[in-house]
Design a protein around this ligand. Structure first.
Ligand SMILES: [Zn+2]
Length: 278
């Protein structure tokens, strides 16, 4: 398609023992997933990096997230080191509603963090928690994208859905929110949110694949809206924690029939613009 490669805004790299816990969670097919979820790329870090490069991914992220207080600053120090030794990784950081959050987010930005991850389902916190107000303000003021798992898939959380994150956007309309997984299963509501807020983006992580379509099918009547929002949809995959081959994500996007311009924008150009990758 004439692209120099792919940019995948939603890939997971974490400290080894955290990743092992994540994998154990998927193995248990517990309350989060409700069905078997065999991880396709359960490999060592170096092999996983080599895979992404083989796939033609020229830039990616290291999504990581805390499930309790006192963990985010440690994750951020790991990911700063990871970014320093992985030049094609966009330096990623995270946060949690806790005292001192604004200070360690400011420190991560000063260290070069270019994207943040917030996981409202695993973190089980209200994004509109007053403890986070300064943090959202800082991320909005610096134009730093925040990939946020705010949809209610695969199972709802107390603070998932368009309401809680919508309250954050009402207070911080300049926030560059990236709605993970296209907001599944609340596709319509999150497309509405993106239409109302010009800085809101959506990532395609796991959407449209056969695996996801079985549980949370994308409504066909919403497809034209993906074209209207062409400039704000970004390729994401959840690599390596996916129960199918990486190419399945790409095939699923191509299978939507939205055209080559759309695919070029989604798979590369939009993220290149957002992250200033030339
Ligand atoms: Zn993810």
């Amino acid at each position: 398609m004439g692209l120099p490669g792919l940019i995948d805004v939603h890939t997971h790299f974490m400290p080894e023992r955290v990743l092992e816990k994540v994998w154990a969670y998927f193995d248990a097919a517990g309350p989060l997933t409700g069905r078997p979820w065999p991880i396709a790329y359960r490999e060592e870090e170096g092999q996983r990096l080599a895979r992404l490069r083989e796939f033609g991914v020229r830039a990616f992220t290291a999504m990581l997230y805390p499930h309790k207080p006192g963990m985010a600053a440690w994750l951020n120090s790991w990911s700063a080191d990871f970014a320093a030794r992985t030049p094609d990784c966009l330096h990623t950081a995270t946060f949690y509603p806790e005292p001192g959050v604004e200070e360690y987010v400011r420190a991560a930005l000063a260290q070069g963090a270019r994207v943040f991850k917030a996981h409202l389902q695993v973190g089980a916190y209200d994004p509109a928690d007053p403890l986070l107000d300064g943090t959202w303000g800082l991320l909005a003021a610096t134009g730093t994208p925040v990939v946020t798992h705010c949809g209610s898939g695969p199972t709802p959380g107390k603070h998932t859905g368009p309401g809680p994150i919508g309250a954050v956007l009402a207070r911080h309309p300049g926030l560059r929110l990236i709605v993970a997984h296209l907001g599944l299963p609340e596709y319509r509501d999150f497309l509405d949110l993106a239409e109302r807020h010009p800085y809101v983006h959506l990532d395609t992580t796991m959407a449209f694949t056969a695996f996801t379509e079985r549980q949370a099918p994308f409504p066909p009547d919403q497809l034209p809206r993906l074209l209207d929002l062409q400039d704000r949809i970004l390729l994401g995959t959840d690599f390596p924690n996916i129960p199918y081959p990486y190419a399945e994500a790409l095939r699923s996007l191509a299978g939507l029939g939205l055209g080559d311009d759309w695919l070029r924008a989604v798979c590369h150009d939009n993220a290149a613009r957002l992250f200033d990758i030339s």
